[in-house]
Design a binder for this molecule. Structure first.
Ligand SMILES: [Fe+2]
Ligand SMILES: [Fe+2]
Length: 197
């Protein structure tokens, strides 16, 4: 059952995160909202429906999972921990139920595939998968990140991206891989063309 006033709470959180993404101080640029956060929400809810996980926990965790790094690049290194802390502050201000907030915090804390974290709940596993799935399906934005934000040249950017996509693929649960396997194949094929020289 939906928590009391959920839609209002969700809309407030959406507004907060969208504004942070669109702020000129966001080092990941405003595309983080359209091509990362919204995609992570979409895949989280899709997998959640399939696996019968809690949609509220997934939606709020997906919206807030990178929030601290978007607000302040200096927090990026530990953004899983800072975003979990900020989620608690935001959700308690909005009177969101404590128990669900704890599940959201856990999912946010454990979303980072680069850290070998133990994921126990279904929501934790789904968020980490959805986060990795977007790297594969939002390929144009990944090119933007490689060439514009990181400033790589063609070949080194492609190598960086290939490694990133391979790492992302490994992090995705089998139900998620099923959804993005064609995109993964296509992405690797496009990237492989830069290695032929
Ligand atoms: Fe993250
Ligand atoms: Fe993310």
């Amino acid at each position: 059952m939906a928590s009391k006033g959920y839609k209002t709470i969700r809309d407030k959180v959406r507004k907060l995160v969208k504004e942070a993404c669109y702020s000129p101080t966001n080092k990941f640029k405003k595309t983080a909202w359209d091509y990362h956060i919204l995609s992570v929400v979409e895949y989280s809810l899709k997998l959640g429906r399939k696996l019968k996980a809690d949609p509220e926990v997934l939606e709020l965790a997906a919206l807030l999972h990178d929030y601290s790094g978007i607000l302040d690049i200096d927090l990026y290194k530990d953004h899983h921990a800072h975003s979990a802390r900020l989620a608690e502050e935001i959700l308690s201000r909005l009177d969101y139920p404590e128990e669900k907030t704890r599940s959201i915090q856990k999912a946010i804390f454990n979303h980072r595939g680069s850290l070998k974290l133990k994921r126990r709940s279904l929501e934790e596993k789904i968020l980490a998968s959805a986060d990795a799935m977007t790297h594969i399906t939002e390929l144009a934005d990944m090119f933007y990140l490689a060439y514009k934000v990181h400033g790589y040249e063609t070949r080194e950017g492609a190598e960086w991206l290939k490694k990133k996509l391979e790492r992302s693929w490994k992090k995705i649960m089998k139900e998620g891989r099923e959804l993005v396997k064609d995109d993964y194949k296509a992405a690797l094929k496009i990237i492989a063309r830069t290695q032929k020289i």
